[in-house]
Design a protein around this ligand. Sequence first.
Ligand SMILES: C[S@@+](CC[C@H](N)C(=O)[O-])C[C@H]1O[C@@H](n2cnc3c(N)ncnc32)[C@H](O)[C@@H]1O
Length: 269
Amino acid sequence: MENHPPVRVERRPVTEDESRRANGPDWDRYADEYQSTHGEFLGDIGFVWGPEGLTEAEAGVLGDVAGRDVLEVGSGAGQCSRWVRSQGGRAYGLDLSFRQLQHSRRIDQDTGVVVPSVLGTATALPFADDSFDVVFCSFGALQFVSDIADAVAETARVLRPRGRYAFSITHPTRWMFPDDPSEAGLVASQSYWDRTPYVEVDDATGRVSYVEHHRTLGDWVGLLAGHGFVITDLLEPEWPEHHDRVWGGWSATRGQYTPGTAIFGARLG
Ligand SMILES: C[S@@+](CC[C@H](N)C(=O)[O-])C[C@H]1O[C@@H](n2cnc3c(N)ncnc32)[C@H](O)[C@@H]1O
C-alpha cells in the first residue's frame, strides 16, 4: 500500500477485531491520497469495477437498478453509488472509514447527487432484514474482513428474496505473486492455497496497521452457495489495449498475462 508509516510485512492469522481496528484507521490515513490519486479515474459519478476500468455500464452485473434499493458495502467516496443514483436506483453507502465518508459528502455537495451513507462494517450491517434489492462492493470491504462468512450472511439477511449480490476483489490467483506492477510481479512465489492473511505491523508501535485476507475461487463458490446464493457471473476483465495506468500492483505489464480482478455476480434463492 502507499503512504504508510514504516511497517514490517508478515503473513499471520488475525481476528476480525484486529482487522477492523487496523483497517479503519489505515483507510482514514490513506483516504486523502487515495482520492487525489484515483478520484479522476473513478469519476465522481462513475462506476468502475477495478483498475482495468471495466464499468458497470459495460458489464451489467447489477441488472437494471432503476427503482431498486441498493446498498454499497465499502462505498468509499460513493462514486459507484452516485452512478447507481444517476440511473434511477436508490443507492446507499456503508464504509468503515470516517475520512472516506467525508470525501463522499464532499462529492455529494460538488455534484448535487447525494448518497446517504453510514459508518459501519460489512460484518454487522445496520439495516433490517429484507431491506435491499441489490448489494454490491467494488473492491470494498470483503478482502479486508476476517469473518467473511458473517459478511456474506449479513448480505443475505438484508437482501430481499431473489436479490442481487455482486462484488469485485483482487483476483485470487494474484496472491501467488508479489504485489509488483513490473515483470517481477509475474513470478509466482507464494502458494495459492495459503490463506494466511497479509499483515503490516507498525514498526514504531508493534500494532497491526493493515490487513488483507485471501480466499481461493473455490472458497468464494462455497461461501456464496452456502448462504443461499446462485452464482450467475464470474467476470475476469482483460487489460485493455492502450490502458497504461499503474495502480499498485496492477499494470499493463502484468495485465497482458494474468487477471487482476474477479467480479462475482449472484442472486439469492
Ligand atoms: C479500495 S476502497 C474501495 C472504495 C470504492 N468502492 C472505490 O472504488 O473507491 C475499499 C473501501 O473498503 C472500506 N472497508 C474496509 N474494511 C471495511 C469493512 N470491514 N466494512 C466496510 N468497509 C470497509 C475502506 O474503508 C475503503 O473505503
